[in-house]
Design a protein around this ligand. Structure first.
Ligand code: CA
Length: 508
């Protein structure tokens, strides 16, 4: 009788834990690299249509004010994983010497402890190998667009022929098909290389913009008056390299040499005929800059077409397998990017285009279709959000907050952040963007650049959304600047950024 009772208890226990797992949602995070909001139609892009990213937004929620805490690749991934600032998780920059402890607590570890199977496939970009994943297969470092190498879990390397965005999606779908333990909920990060520099489109997308002229931002020829750090940077489109970046005279370009003959033939067919029309001897420097802008935009947007198509493949797969209802799909990118604003490519600065991140999320069980969220969220919030969705208690040392209270059906108003804190470090490097920290509210932004020289910048985003007029030093702004400095100090204390606090004390 006793044995029978134990048997019943065990069976019931197993069944209920199985049922509990069955009810837990699966989680897919598709995380690309350098995808600007200006290149997503759900965010109003004038340049490109992204029907599949828009589908996630339309069937779920779009967050219109999502910001990163440090606008650069590996640091942003470390924030996604840990829910902590870079001065806590250690990934300050992209340098190869930066090797953080990947054994530190990360969201996949908490998921594993709560019955999840976890995987990361594609771009990883942190110098030590992943931990806390039941499966991973990653690009080494930045990875390649054409015929990329991958690192397997046993550290072996394998070259896979094809186009990175397709291959990463193939690998992800193949893991979903054959690598998954059907008795467990899963969490999968699909990390894309696209649309990172050098913006190498798939051959099939090279003609997607034939006859299109991309509109040029108003401040493309910005001369950076009153903004010393902007004067000092090296990330202008006019300085993009002809060969690697712009695909003119590519005979010595490594990634072209790596192409298969059919890839190379498709590539040459497009670029060689387009390049034949270019004669720089007859062009002014401004005309050359504008030509470079058009080529840059063409290549970047063609990479987006492939990215969006591959996101569609994942959504279609979920539909086909009956997984869409119980699988949360999040699309985001590690930071925003300049698409000619201020004359720039790249990121790093706390100005709007690189500070902003896309963030759309679909989960029909709790999020109404076409939900639009204007509250300010930051990438620190992603890990806590994932954990709360999975029914896991958010560890108290994570520095973000779950965004679920903002999006749940039948939500009640919640007290939410009114400002965000930013800190960029990587210097010196080839782009020469000075280290800086700052605070942004819904209307204002205060930035402190530091290094050999140190100075403040202040912007009123209502009257100067393009951040062209540094209002620091104008006494009409003194009162609000004083408030922002107080807010900055409060945030530094809240997030334990003691190095920055010391700099702030000195700056006054
Ligand atoms: Ca990036």
């Amino acid at each position: 009788m006793k044995k029978y009772a134990i048997f019943i208890l065990l069976t019931f226990g197993l069944l209920s834990s199985g049922r509990k797992n069955a009810q837990k949602p699966n989680i897919i995070v598709i995380f690309s690299d350098d995808h600007a909001l200006q290149a997503i139609s759900a965010y109003g892009s004038p340049y490109v249509k992204t029907p599949n990213i828009d589908r996630i937004a339309n069937e779920g929620a779009i967050f219109k004010n999502t910001f990163c805490t440090n606008s650069i690749c590996a640091p942003s991934r470390a924030v996604l994983l840990t829910g902590k600032y870079n001065h806590i998780n250690g990934q300050y920059d992209n340098r190869t010497g930066t090797r953080i402890n990947t054994g530190q607590p990360m969201f996949p570890q908490y998921l594993q402890h709560n019955g999840y199977q976890t995987a990361w496939i594609g771009k990883w970009h942190i110098n030590n190998h992943p931990q806390h994943f039941d499966y991973w297969k990653i690009l080494p470092g930045q990875g390649l667009y054409y015929n990329p190498d991958f690192i397997n879990m046993d550290s072996s390397r394998v070259r896979v022929d094809g186009y990175a965005t397709d291959i990463i999606t193939d690998e992800a779908l193949s893991w979903l098909d054959t690598g998954r333990d059907g008795s467990k909920p899963f969490s999968l990060v699909i990390g894309h290389k696209a649309p990172h520099r050098e913006w190498q489109p798939d051959v099939q997308d090279l003609h997607a913009f034939d006859d299109k002229t991309f509109p040029v931002p108003d401040n493309f020829f910005d001369e950076y008056a009153g903004r010393k750090a902007a004067q000092f940077q090296l990330m202008e489109i006019k300085d993009l390299r002809w060969d690697y970046d712009l695909k003119v005279n590519t005979e010595d370009v490594g990634y072209v040499k790596r192409m298969t003959s059919s890839q190379k033939a498709g590539w040459d067919k497009y670029y060689e005929s387009e390049n034949a029309r270019l004669d720089t001897t007859k062009m002014t420097p401004k005309e050359v800059a504008l030509w470079k802008y058009q080529r840059y935009m063409h290549d970047y947007m063609a990479c987006i077409i492939s990215l969006d198509r591959n996101i569609g493949r994942v959504l279609d797969y979920l539909d086909k397998k009956g997984l869409s209802e119980n699988t949360i799909v999040i699309y985001s990118s590690d930071q925003g990017f300049y698409l000619g604003e201020h004359g720039w490519f790249d990121k790093r600065f706390m100005y709007e285009q690189s500070l902003r991140m896309p963030f759309v999320m679909r989960y029909p069980k709790i999020i109404k279709q076409k939900t639009v969220i204007n509250d300010m969220i930051v990438n620190l919030d992603f890990a806590p959000t994932i954990l709360e969705l999975a029914g896991v208690t958010v560890p108290s040392d994570m520095q973000g907050k779950s965004v679920l209270p903002l999006v749940q059906k039948g939500k009640v108003p919640v007290k939410w952040r009114k400002s965000m804190y930013y800190h960029y470090y990587e210097f010196p490097d080839s782009h020469r963007v000075m280290p800086h920290f700052g605070v942004r509210t819904d209307r204002y932004k205060l930035i402190y650049f530091y290094g050999d020289e140190s100075f403040w910048e202040f912007y009123d985003l209502n009257t100067d959304p393009q951040e062209m007029k540094n209002g620091y030093g104008d006494q009409r702004n003194d009162k609000i600047i004083l408030q922002l400095k107080k807010e900055l100090k409060t945030l530094m204390m809240q997030y334990y950024d003691t190095d920055a606090l010391a700099l702030l004390e000195k700056a006054g």
